[in-house]
Design a protein around this ligand. Structure first.
Ligand code: FES
Length: 150
């Protein structure tokens, strides 16, 4: 499980790698999410202080981008495309199914195009893109993902 706190020294190190330049806020947030999986309120406060921005400025950027989670993710991340081509091929129904079958170790997230439109509906499971995902194929992907843990 992802820790519920993010080490402030690790955040300060990342800020230092960008010379505490406020115009690098998006890149700094990306690095924090790569390393820690999410952005906490404490990190938003810290970044505002270290980058000489308002908390509202930092919070606004975090809210704007889908990938900047504000809750710790589960062990696994499953993204289901909600863009037009995938909707036309059943991604809403697939999402309803996914909401019923994922467990608390899995974070389910919407995404808006995985670049796999020709094979809609598209899903990304822990960074691996799958196409033409039926409910049966989704369940098989979850089972494989869980099997990889044991
Ligand atoms: S619309 Fe779903 S992958 Fe592009």
């Amino acid at each position: 499980m992802t820790p519920r706190t993010i080490d402030s020294d690790a955040v300060a190190t990342i800020v230092g790698q960008y010379d505490a330049r406020p115009e690098m806020l998006v890149q700094i947030l990306q690095r924090i999410v790569q390393q820690h999986g999410w952005i906490s309120d404490a990190v938003i406060r810290q970044l505002a202080g270290e980058l000489n921005l308002s908390r509202a400025d930092v919070h606004g950027v975090v809210e704007y981008y889908h990938d900047f989670r504000t809750e710790p993710p589960g062990e696994h991340i499953v993204k289901i495309c909600q863009a037009e081509a995938c909707q036309a091929m059943g991604s809403r129904e697939l999402t309803e199914h996914a909401n019923r079958v994922v467990d608390q170790d899995t974070t389910l997230e919407p995404v808006y195009c995985l670049g796999n439109c020709a094979c809609a509906p598209a899903v990304m499971v822990d960074g691996h893109t799958l196409g033409r995902v039926s409910t049966e194929r989704f369940d098989a992907a979850l089972a494989a993902m869980r099997g990889a843990d044991s």
